[in-house]
Design a protein around this ligand. Structure first.
Ligand SMILES: [Zn+2]
Length: 143
């Protein structure tokens, strides 16, 4: 990388947002599965807490939002909140068996962080899909 590229990348904050792998604590996943089941048939939504070190995004906690769950699209509620520091992305549940993002989800992903998860029924680790800000599917490791 040339010096000017490095400088630009620094200015745009790209360096801080780069990651090649995602690690998620098992306790965080357990919490997500439990809350999804409790919230059913409503959606639940939370923000993901974590940081990037050595190109690894490590998710180690959830940030809960005021207002609990909603039957009319959890994600829409988050749209109305001010940006929060410490959040690297989001997780929300879908009633039903599709963990495919809706149009509103894609729009939300693009604007609100680096990494997003959708969990569908039956609310297990296998029913979680995860995406980058572009809505492209990416994998995560359970640690
Ligand atoms: Zn959704």
């Amino acid at each position: 990388m040339s010096r000017i590229d490095k400088f630009l990348s620094y200015l745009l904050g790209n360096d801080k947002q780069k990651f090649e792998e995602v690690n998620i604590d098992l306790e965080v996943l357990d919490e997500i599965m439990e809350i999804s089941r409790e919230s059913y048939p409503n959606e639940f939504v939370a923000l993901l807490q974590g940081k990037i070190r050595d190109s690894i995004l490590h998710i180690d906690g959830l940030i809960f939002l005021p207002g609990e769950t909603s039957s009319e699209g959890a994600v829409m509620k988050v749209f109305m909140l001010p940006p929060m520091s410490g959040s690297v992305g989001s997780v929300h549940s879908h009633p039903g068996y599709s963990n495919h993002p809706s149009q509103a989800d894609y729009h939300f992903f693009a604007k609100n962080g680096l990494f997003h998860m959708i969990i569908a029924e039956p609310y297990t680790i296998d029913s979680i899909a995860s995406f980058n800000a572009f809505g492209e599917k990416i994998d995560f490791n359970v640690i």
